[in-house]
Design a binder for this molecule. Structure first.
Ligand code: F6P
Length: 522
């Protein structure tokens, strides 16, 4: 059964939210913060994860109404439909089952009447045994040497997810060096070639369709480079593929036994949990890869089974709707306080903006309210010395997610204390700002009384800028899996509220078509 089709702006909750917004739009987080128990009332926990959303322009009534909105658009029904494999990606006629890839339950999930769980288990077994062979050195290249370098060739979801996870889990990495080639820009692949030895390199071509211009062009270039030193009979030892398109893979020259299947019910930007994550398993080992999946499953179960007012992805999604649709905020920042997560904002840009950047609703009608937010960000503390000026004192309202870890991986507690002091300091500065009176006193006591008149307005921080503190105990494969799944479910929740299809991406097609036309004219 298809997803329901409810225009959110016609719901009772939306009208109530509009009225409520008019009543409270000028509230100040600073005053709200004085409420007893505010922190407890606006915090959620899931084992090693806690989310403090008290620094938002919300009251309990705001959350009540937002939750009512989720109920009125029947989010519950939508979640059940997604998890059970209904064809919720109606425009492409597909189920959306990245959650099945990390499900450890025996309960069957049917696609076209067939239980997909056994295929998933078989694919995981293949990933495990292949990863073990390569990592242990048993898998040999054409001159009998073990593999030292992995090259992941893919783009979009076939690149960003594995690349982000491999970078984020660098601490857990083994001896293999992993490279990612994505851009059609030949200089990208050329720079990578400089670092490779054909005798010890394994190429992993990742393309759901195996027709993507960038990936096929890069793969051909790398194959030709490889064949300058080796022969076509050596290809099976050095090229494997992840795809749904077996025929195209075999035509490319890859051995059938070197194909890792994926399925149409896994969307590109949600595919790192499938064999698209092969480079992850090769880089950090299968056990860590499995832990990543387990973390994601923990978040899946939380999302599926928890009441909306206690449900972390749902609450974060609704807060984002609140700012996007009522306060008119256009962007959201994702700010991880961990250098390991430097690629997370890029990854989330595809996940969020390719999913929810839609202007037509599930009826096919043009939408007259705001949908997908613009997402951007970078790591703390670097970004404090870059764009945070605008977030603190600029004219735009930019809600921000601050992602942090209680513990660092290498120790160096002095660094970590300073890092986390900045993490909390930034959120406080954004929420509470600095008043005229405070600046006045500060200038006076620092012996700058003469400058008060000229400097005062520039040193005032109006504050009242919202943030969420997303805090884990430690960066582990499991906690990373949880974090990624959190954002995946936030995306779907918002898509349901906005009455759009989050799982298609027709908007990327026209540019591709025109590029091909221009290419054919040359
Ligand atoms: O550019 C859009 C897109 O279809 C993405 O959604 C996808 O992740 C990427 O291209 C790569 O596609 P493929 O895995 O088929 O090469």
């Amino acid at each position: 059964m298809a997803l329901k089709n409810i225009n959110p702006t016609t719901t009772t909750a939306w009208t109530a939210l509009s009225n409520h917004f008019n009543d409270i739009k000028n509230i100040n987080i600073k005053n709200l913060d004085k409420e007893v128990n505010r922190k407890q009332d606006f915090s959620l926990k899931l084992n090693d994860l806690s989310v403090d959303f008290s620094k938002n322009r919300i009251t309990k009534e705001t959350i009540n109404l937002l939750v009512k909105l989720a109920e009125e658009v029947d989010l519950k029904d939508a979640i059940e439909k997604q998890f059970s494999g209904e064809i919720i990606n109606a425009t492409e006629g597909r189920s959306v089952l990245h959650t099945a890839l990390r499900s450890s339950s025996e309960e069957p999930i049917l696609v076209n009447g067939k239980n997909i769980k056994p295929q998933i288990q078989a694919a995981l077994r293949k990933i495990k045994s292949f990863s073990n062979k390569v990592i242990s050195g048993k898998w040999k290249g054409y001159t009998g040497k073990s593999i030292t370098d992995i090259v992941n060739i893919g783009i979009g979801g076939s690149d960003l997810g594995p690349d982000m996870v491999v970078e984020s889990l660098k601490y857990y990495k083994n001896q293999l060096t992993t490279h990612f080639v994505s851009n059609i820009d030949g200089d990208h692949v050329s720079e990578i070639i400089k670092e490779l030895n054909p005798e010890t390199t394994l190429f992993v071509i990742v393309s759901k369709t195996f027709t993507t211009q960038e990936t096929i062009t890069n793969a051909e270039t790398l194959k030709n480079w490889f064949l300058k030193s080796a022969t076509i009979f050596d290809i099976p030892k050095h090229f494997v593929a992840v795809s749904t398109n077996l025929e195209a893979v075999v035509n490319f020259g890859i051995d059938k036994s070197n194909v890792f299947t994926m399925w149409n019910w896994v969307g590109g930007r949600f595919s790192l949990w499938s064999a698209v994550g092969l480079s992850i398993s090769l880089s950090v080992g299968y056990d860590n890869y499995k832990e990543l999946l387990e973390g994601a499953e923990e978040m899946d179960l939380h999302y599926k089974n928890t009441d909306f007012d206690q449900n972390i992805p749902v609450i974060l999604a609704l807060l984002s709707v609140w700012y996007n649709n009522f306060y008119g905020a256009e962007t959201e920042a994702v700010l991880p306080y961990s250098q390991y997560l430097k690629k997370l904002p890029d990854y989330l840009q595809q996940a969020i903006m390719e999913s929810n950047g839609k202007g037509v609703d599930r009826n096919g009608d043009t939408i007259d309210y705001q949908t997908g937010t613009i997402v951007w960000g970078s790591t703390g503390t670097n970004m404090q010395h870059a764009f945070m000026q605008l977030v603190h004192q600029g004219t735009k309202l930019i809600p921000a997610d601050f992602i942090g870890y209680k513990e660092s991986l290498y120790g160096l507690t002095d660094h970590h204390k300073k890092l986390m002091a900045n993490y909390y300091g930034q959120m406080e500065a954004l929420a509470f700002g600095k008043t005229k009176e405070e600046v006045h006193l500060e200038l006076k006591t620092s012996g700058n009384e003469a400058k008060i008149e000229t400097l005062l307005p520039f040193k005032v921080f109006e504050g009242n800028r919202p943030s969420n503190a997303i805090l884990f105990d430690k960066l582990t494969p499991k906690s990373l899996g949880k974090l990624i799944a959190l954002y995946e479910h936030k995306i779907y929740t918002q898509g349901i509220v906005w009455n759009i299809y989050s799982y298609d991406q027709f908007g990327v097609e026209l540019g591709k078509e025109l590029a091909n036309k221009l290419l054919n004219k040359q």
